[in-house]
Design a protein around this ligand. Structure first.
Ligand code: SIN
Ligand code: FE2
Length: 215
C-alpha cells in the first residue's frame, strides 16, 4: 500500500498509550460538521467563560458544558453542577451527535456501554494551556474519559498515576479521540501551550470535548 492510501483511509488508527489508554486517530473526522454545529449551539446557550481556579487563577482555556452535569471551578473548589452558575439555568442538553460519538469511541477502546452525563467544552486559543491534573471529581472511576479534539493541533501530556511520573507528549490533531480508563483512569494529563495555527473549520482555535460519567 502506498502512503497516500494510508493517509486517505477512513478507518481510525488505534495508537495505544499504555494499559487502558488509546488515541483513536481521526475517529471524529467523519462527524466534523455536525460536531461543530452542535458546539456552536451549545456555546450560544451557555457562553464560553474563563473559570477561576480554587487558587484564584483565571484559566487560559475558555469553558462551558452540556449534559445533565457541568464541570465548574470557582474559588470555593471544583464540582459538577446541574446548573450553569452564570445563567442559573440547566446546561444545554447533550447533542445526540456528541453522545453517540463518545459511546462509539469508548467501545472502540474496549469500554462498552459508556453513556456520558457530562461534556466539558474547552476552547484553546494560541498560548492557552492546561496544567497536569487528574480527573477525579466523578463518582464512578469504573467509567472511562473520552476526549475529542477539533481544530488546530495540540500536544497532549499523558503521565502516570503520580504527578512525578514522566509524561508522554502526544500530538493531537483535528478528529483525534483519546480514551483512558481502567488502570489509566486517574492518570495525570494536561495540554502544552498551543502554538499559533489556523484550521479551515475553526480558525485559530482548538475545541476539546471531554465526556464523563460524573454523577
Ligand atoms: C481535559 O483534560 O479536560 C482536556 C484535555 C484536552 O484538552 O485535550
Ligand atoms: Fe482532564
Amino acid at each position: 500500500m502506498t502512503q497516500d492510501l494510508f493517509d486517505d483511509q477512513l478507518d481510525p488508527v488505534l495508537l495505544p498509550l499504555g494499559p487502558g489508554a488509546v488515541v483513536l486517530r481521526r475517529f471524529a473526522t467523519a462527524d466534523e460538521s455536525a460536531l461543530l454545529d452542535a458546539v456552536r449551539q451549545v456555546i450560544e446557550q451557555a457562553p464560553l467563560r474563563h473559570m477561576v481556579t480554587p487558587g484564584g487563577f483565571r484559566m487560559s482555556v475558555a469553558m462551558t458544558n452540556c449534559g445533565d452535569l457541568g464541570w465548574v471551578s470557582d474559588p470555593t473548589g471544583y464540582r459538577y453542577d446541574p446548573t450553569d452558575p452564570q445563567s442559573g439555568k440547566a446546561w444545554p442538553r447533550m447533542p445526540d451527535v456528541f453522545a453517540r460519538l463518545a459511546t462509539e469511541a469508548a467501545s472502540h477502546a474496549g469500554f462498552e456501554g459508556f453513556v456520558p452525563d457530562a461534556c466539558l467544552v474547552n476552547r484553546y486559543e494560541p498560548g492557552a494551556r492546561l496544567s497536569l491534573h487528574q480527573d477525579r471529581n466523578e463518582r464512578d472511576y469504573g467509567q472511562p474519559i473520552v476526549s475529542v479534539s477539533i481544530g488546530i493541533p495540540a500536544v497532549f501530556l499523558f503521565g502516570g498515576a503520580a504527578r512525578s511520573h514522566k509524561s508522554q507528549r502526544v500530538p493531537l490533531e483535528h478528529g483525534d479521540v483519546v480514551v483512558w480508563g481502567g488502570p489509566a483512569r486517574l492518570h495525570y494529563h494536561g495540554v502544552l501551550p498551543l502554538k499559533e495555527a489556523e484550521h479551515p473549520l475553526t480558525g485559530a482555535c482548538r475545541f476539546n470535548l471531554t465526556f464523563r460519567c460524573a454523577g
